[in-house]
Design a protein around this ligand. Structure first.
Ligand SMILES: *Cc1c(COP(=O)(O)O)cnc(C)c1O
Length: 375
């Protein structure tokens, strides 16, 4: 059996809406992006949603919209997809990492305040693997110190922390829609915010710095082409229509893994905080003993089972260590919880339409391999 790590569920109106776009002849800057933005804003419960061509573009625009620039420090998690920190490098700002909580894999909120210096401008919270971070506590810290609070909720679309949607308690947040994400637009991302100013700036900068209501060739500021096309937006509308069903099916897949894999002594299943009132599963990540992770990965790969070590700590990525050589916080050993997780975590196949047979095969192969190691 061949089982991919992730697979998009495109069983809704995706094809039909793409056809509608093609027939209309309007392939960019049309009604579909507006439809998509409205759906996302309504679902999250925020005033504005600004669609862009990737989650990474969305992060870049947040940095620019909040005036984060040269030598500004942004406190963030070293255990994340690299794009969350790269956004700071795009604007010559400096990521300042705080180690994670080894249970939730999210930045340990109690370590944040000690990282604040005169240069700190913002906190960029990240929701790891779909589990929303404790934003109410971060909000208190940010307000007490006059910091901007941003959230990379790329992996947590639909999750809730004490009934607050991931992304809704930040000054501005982003979601991403690459095919392995909770919902997809093929490539795409979106900014959500209640701030009119952030919304206007983001809309302008995603489209060459045009005035939001001005003439086509009037450019008010430096801008980019980060637009989300009508075709991508149409896919997003079809996906967003089924968000409740998608989240429920993903939850069922996760629960079956939880139940079966927690019976294996040598596997640690995901820990979800009691404050998470709704979990939107992005990936399913197990934890095994440091020494066995890579061998298990090799075994599963041989058996046709897709798996990946999520994540490689950002502070030990080679180009980070080179770029920030001599600065504290960019050496192996600096964030032990992150590094432990980086050596022991493994993402196993997880997607909306995953069948019980596929799950059983994965579970059996994990069990068989780890049993072998014990005897
Ligand atoms: C996927 C992801 C992104 C980037 O999204 P792209 O659409 O691939 O650019 C950013 N941050 C996190 C945490 C992600 O998982």
């Amino acid at each position: 059996m061949k089982i991919p790590l992730a697979k998009a569920d495109l069983s809704g109106n995706e094809m039909k809406y793409i056809e509608d776009v093609m027939k209309s002849g309007v392939l960019s800057i049309g009604p579909w992006i507006e439809k998509f933005e409205k759906k996302i804003a309504d679902y999250v419960g925020v005033k504005h949603a600004i669609g862009v061509n990737s989650g990474t573009s969305a992060l870049h625009l947040l940095m620019l919209a909040y005036g984060i620039g040269r030598d500004d420090e942004v406190i963030t998690s070293p255990f994340s997809f690299i794009a969350s920190s790269n956004a700071m490098l795009f604007v010559d700002a400096v990521p300042v990492f705080a180690d994670i909580d080894p249970l939730t894999y999210n930045m340990d909120v109690s370590r944040v305040e000690s990282k604040i210096t005169k240069k700190t401008k913002a906190i960029l919270a990240v929701d790891a693997f779909g589990q929303p971070i404790d934003m109410p506590s971060l909000r208190e810290i940010a307000d007490r110190h006059g910091l901007i609070l941003l959230e990379d909720a790329a992996e947590a679309f639909g999750s809730e922390y004490r009934s607050h949607k991931a992304g809704s308690l930040a000054d501005a947040a982003i979601y991403a829609f690459y095919p392995n994400k909770v919902i997809t637009t093929a490539e795409g991302g979106i900014i959500v915010t209640n701030s009119n100013n952030t919304a206007d700036l983001s809309r302008s900068m995603r489209s060459q710095g045009r005035a939001v209501t001005g003439q086509w060739l009037e450019h008010e500021m430096l801008g980019y082409n980060y637009r989300l096309s009508e075709i991508h937006s149409a896919i997003g509308v079809a996906q967003a229509e089924r968000i409740d069903e998608i989240l429920e099916r993903r939850n069922n897949v996760a629960e079956y893994y939880n139940e079966r894999l927690s019976r294996l002594d040598s596997v640690v299943t995901p820990y979800i905080s009691v404050d998470v009132t709704k979990m939107s599963w992005f990936v399913y990540v197990i934890r095994v003993k440091k020494g066995t992770r890579n061998e298990l990965m090799e075994h599963l790969t041989k058996k046709g089972i897709g798996c990946k070590p999520y994540f490689t700590p950002i502070h030990t990525q080679k180009f980070y260590m080179e770029r920030f050589a001599g600065k504290p916080g960019f050496r192996p050993g600096d964030f032990p919880n992150t590094e432990d997780a980086g050596e022991s975590c493994l993402a196993i196949p997880f997607y909306t339409g995953m069948t019980r047979d596929e799950q059983d095969y994965v579970i059996e192969e994990i069990g068989a391999y780890l049993d072998d190691k014990k005897s």
